[in-house]
Every structure is written in C-alpha cells, then in structure tokens.
Design a protein around this ligand. Sequence first.
Ligand code: FES
Length: 145
Amino acid sequence: MLQGPDRRNFLVLAIQGLGAVIAGALGVPALSYLFSPAKTKNDATWIDVADLAKLPSGEPAEIIFSRKRVDGWKVVTEKTSAWVVKTGETEAFALAPACTHLGCAYHWKQESKEFTCPCHASSFSIDGKVQAGPRRGRWTGMNRG
Ligand code: FES
C-alpha cells in the first residue's frame, strides 16, 4: 500500500500522464490540421465529349455529356451540356450553357447567327461575346402565358 510521499508522487504522475494523453488526443489532430497542406487536388479534368470530325465546322453544336462532380464527400454523375464550335480540323472551343446574366440556358439562332437567351433577350456572338445585354421587363421564353 502506498503511503505518504509515494502515493502523492503516484497521483501526480497519473494526473500528468492523463494530461499528456488528453493533450496528445487533442493536439495531434489540431497540429495536423494546421500544418498539413491545403487540399490541392484539382478534380478539373478534360472530358472527351464529341468526335471533332463529326461536328459541323464554324457552327455551334450543343453537346450533352455526363461528368462526375464532387459535392463534399459525394461523387455525383450528372448530365450537362456545352456549346462546341469547331474552328479547324483539330481545333474547337466550348462555351458554358448558361447565360452570363442569370444563368438561363441560351440557344443558337441560325437565322441571325447568334446565341439568344430566352429569359431577358440577351444575345451573344458565336464566340460568346455579349452583343446585347438583358432587356428590362422582357420575357421571351418559358414564362409566357
Ligand atoms: S438570364 Fe439570360 S438575359 Fe437574363
């Protein structure tokens, strides 16, 4: 049986040991969080969406494809689209399918050779440059009764 100074020393050592265990349990994750490099993994990758030889030259084609998107811990496969314009035998560029104003899906108008947005009538050139911005109070698309 421990008595006197031996018992006191044991309790001090036990408390210090327990403190060290708790400090380690809290400190190691905190230090690894602070000093580990930020998440640098870039998930952006190129995806083959179309055969360039089959695309019309100088005319936009809406390509629908699937891609994987990381949302937190979930990896979601989703369908999306892009407007692809073939500019040469081995060259093309792609445009995001959302209008730069509020994100409506725009469409190619063959007659006027421009992209037009049905929501507020913005128009864009074949290379995506804004030709006309949104028009106030103009709804030309889906919400017409
Ligand atoms: S969302 Fe396209 S013009 Fe407003």
